[in-house]
Design a protein around this ligand. Structure first.
Ligand code: ZN
Length: 203
């Protein structure tokens, strides 16, 4: 396989990118001046080397020689609440509203309907460990902030099931943000006001 073909194969692995689009990316790069491709290559390497996943909430943050991100380290945040989101971009959208002051956990995915191994699709083990640690710090509410679409709903139902023994035993309330959004709403594409309202009206 020549390098052009290998590059096409790499782009094909991007979310939502098929063979034709992957090919268009490569020809786009070849048509631009060499500085563009150099910038891109350098930035990909630098970002990969300097951005790390937090060992507590698993979101990506600019490495500052700490294993834990600035939000997880921030003791002034509300220890009573933990918000669970699917992806980093959901976290960003919620944090941007300045309406929530608790901690977060990034699941890293969703659970598709009829999935045989749901625990492989999300950071289930890490989530349970995270919650167990937070219980001794006064955790009293877990907010499931998932998209209001079939896959988000399925993830929500699955999480309610697996967390129930833990939350029942420790008197922790599970609330959902999804049902405050209108049907079919992806958290990723929701504006700040919509998210604020969903947070205010969480059930
Ligand atoms: Zn963190």
């Amino acid at each position: 396989m020549d390098n052009t073909q290998r590059l096409i194969e790499l782009f094909k692995e991007f979310p939502g990118i098929g063979p034709r689009q992957a090919k268009r990316f490569v020809y786009f790069l070849l048509n631009r001046n060499p500085a563009y491709a150099n910038d891109l290559a350098r930035l990909v390497t630098e970002v990969r080397a300097t951005v790390h996943s937090c060992d507590t909430c698993f979101r990506f943050f600019l490495n500052d020689n700490s294993k834990t991100c600035p939000i997880c380290r921030d003791n002034s945040r509300d220890k009573k609440s933990l918000m669970i989101v699917s992806h980093d971009v959901d976290f960003e959208n919620i944090e941007k509203t300045h309406f929530y002051n608790g901690y977060y956990f990034i699941l890293g995915g969703t659970v598709p309907i009829l999935e045989n191994n749901p625990d492989k699709r999300i950071r289930q083990k890490e989530l349970v460990e995270n919650i167990e640690k937070r219980i001794s710090n006064g955790l009293s509410e877990i907010i499931l902030a998932l998209s209001y679409n079939p896959e988000g709903e399925n993830t929500l139902t699955y999480l309610e099931q697996i967390l129930k023994p833990l939350t029942d035993k420790n008197n922790i309330k599970i609330s959902t943000l999804g049902r405050g959004l209108s049907t079919g709403t992806e958290l990723e594409y929701s504006d700040s006001d919509t998210i604020k309202n969903a947070l205010k009206n969480r059930q």
